[in-house]
Design a protein around this ligand. Structure first.
Ligand SMILES: NC(=O)C[C@H](N)C(=O)O
Length: 330
């Protein structure tokens, strides 16, 4: 057939989940249904693409590890180089989907469409959202116009940038949002595009998964009223290479924590100043003198995505000016 060839890499999550009854939208087991069963349950896919599945993992995404990320990205990279593969869909739990999407957009060199998709309800639930989300994902992966836009996410009829999008609600189907807006929408299998990403991704990235075999330990410390230095000190003592500080507001840091972070930096650990606030971005040298302390600001990256970029960047550089450039560009 002349239909495009799409590979579905399945990793688990709620899109492969099953509950005891149709009313169980929140009480269910994730990562139960194998990929071949997901594909067999959606005969509409065969009109859009020649689809085949690979079961890479079968886990809930909160349990994914750095090693899993490397395995998945290397598989995506290898498939993207095959002439008989036109697009790749990754079924994934929604809890950390945004982190995998960002990792892939930073490290996989391809102009072919790569789409991550999940669901908020298991397939056994009333008004399950996985089937349409997956149908949309395969439609986007099978479209020439979806290439070269970085790794994408299809949830709730929207096409989101994998860089920008985050899970913002844990109980609704319209869970994935970006403060910069979706790139487009899919309606009845057709893509409608409205904007394109401007940050570096995939083909323009200086990072390449084919030459990354390990990720350095990078952890996150949260800022809040009454915060003590206990967690930061324990993390610093654990051998981390960088610490993402998920500060309050504009990435503000409690006065008693400032010297603790200065000490962390003096001990050779990179400090990335981000914010726990979902939207907005952190301004360099506002709130804290980042130049003076040799800290890096996370731009518009949420702490969990700032951690991903820091791990990837550290495979190439430990220089704080370079790391700051990377945060502005990606
Ligand atoms: N909706 C989901 O997929 C949540 C699930 N805990 C996961 O991330 O695997």
């Amino acid at each position: 057939q002349s239909l495009p060839n799409v590979v579905i890499l399945a990793t688990g999550g709620t899109i492969a989940g099953a509950g005891a009854s149709a009313v169980n939208s929140a009480t269910y087991s994730a990562a139960k249904v194998p990929v071949d069963k997901l594909i067999a349950g959606l005969p509409e896919l065969s009109k859009v693409a020649n689809v085949r599945g690979e079961q890479v993992f079968q886990v809930a995404s909160e349990s994914l590890t750095n090693d899993n990320l490397l395995t998945l990205a290397k598989r995506v990279s290898a498939l993207s180089k095959q002439p008989d593969v036109d697009g790749i869909v990754i079924t994934h739990g929604t809890d950390t989907l945004e982190e995998t999407a960002y990792f892939l957009t930073l490290t996989v060199h391809t102009a072919k469409p790569i789409i991550l998709v999940g669901s908020m309800r298991p397939g056994t639930a009333l008004s399950a959202d996985g089937a349409l989300n997956l149908f949309n994902a395969v439609n986007v992966a099978a479209s020439k116009d979806a290439g070269g836009r970085g790794v994408l996410v299809t949830m709730n009829d929207e096409i989101q940038s994998g860089r920008d999008v985050s899970k913002t609600v844990n109980i609704k189907t319209e869970a994935f949002k970006s403060q910069w807006g979706p790139l487009g929408m899919i309606v009845e299998g057709r893509n409608y595009w409205f904007r394109a990403p401007v940050k570096r991704h995939t083909m323009q990235s200086e990072f390449d998964i084919d030459s990354i075999d390990a990720l350095p330990p990078v952890e996150i410390a949260l800022g809040y009223e009454g915060v003590a230095p206990t967690a930061i000190n324990a993390l610093a003592a654990s051998g981390i290479k960088a610490l993402v500080h998920a500060g309050t507001g504009n990435g503000s840091v409690a006065d008693r924590i400032v010297p603790v972070l200065q000490k962390v930096r003096a001990d050779g650990i990179l400090v990335i100043r981000s914010s726990r606030v979902p939207d907005g971005f952190v301004i360099r040298n506002a709130e804290q003198p980042d130049d003076k302390y040799d800290w890096v600001v996370a731009h518009d990256m949420r702490p969990q995505k700032a951690r991903i970029l820091t791990m990837v960047a550290l495979t190439k550089t430990k220089d704080t000016k370079e790391l700051q450039r990377i945060f502005w560009e990606y």
